[in-house]
Write a protein that binds this ligand. Structure first.
Ligand code: S3P
Length: 203
């Protein structure tokens, strides 16, 4: 029997997520923005990173860079399940970074492994950017008019998108250490609201 097989089972790292208070007990080293498509994660995240003097990362960009494919290409050529596997690998790869604002893709919290990664990484604030579905749909429709914008395969059908929104809302809410309602906020106001929602950041 080799040493790994003989190791007592108690030495395995516990898979219990850290409680919310434990997760924010230390000043945040990374701020993760979560929320549905159109919630402003990338726009707000960039502004927030700028105001903190931190780096900004968009998880979709990390995936595109790692795979050499665009997000719609991955969905079309390899399917959503393959996209989700790339998403988890990309998240694990970037969570070691410090002084970083990370915008997740809207579907990242659907994967249990992603939620555990986020909950178990200390000094990680997760902020849910909330808005009503109608507002999110309007923002996505506006963004889709921009020829430079990346298409959103999971917003192609508004009815299915609304079902996904209803299914995901409790996941976003449970994962978050703070929530910011962005419905009536400009991007810069939302960035400042996120900043205020994270304890222990120097002003
Ligand atoms: C997705 C959201 C997208 C992107 C992919 C799938 C989703 O990110 O990850 O198209 O399932 O909600 P944004 O939330 O940044 O649009």
């Amino acid at each position: 029997m080799n040493a790994v097989a003989e190791a007592p089972i108690e030495t395995a790292a516990p898979l219990m997520p850290l409680r919310r208070t434990q997760r924010t007990a230390r000043p945040a080293q990374r701020i993760v923005l979560t929320g549905f498509m159109g919630s402003g994660k990338s726009t707000v995240g960039r502004l927030l990173a700028e105001s903190l003097g931190w780096d900004f990362l968009d998880l979709d960009d990390v995936i595109a860079e790692r795979t050499g494919m665009t997000i719609p290409q991955i969905f079309t050529e390899r399917g959503e399940a393959a996209f989700r596997r790339e998403e988890t690998a990309a998240l694990a790869a970037v969570l070691g970074r410090t002084r970083v604002v990370l915008a997740l893709g809207g579907g990242a919290p659907e994967t249990l492994g992603n939620r555990l990664l986020l909950e178990q990484t200390p000094a990680t604030a997760v902020v849910y950017l909330e808005a009503a579905f109608r507002t999110l749909a309007e923002r996505c429709a506006l963004q889709a008019l921009d020829p430079a914008a990346t298409a959103r395969p999971n917003f192609a059908d508004a009815t299915l998108a609304e079902q996904r929104f209803r299914m995901r809302h409790p996941l976003y809410a449970r994962l978050a250490t703070a929530r910011v309602d962005t419905t009536a906020l400009e991007a810069q106001e939302a960035a400042q609201a996120v900043r205020r929602s994270v304890p222990g950041l120097s002003r």
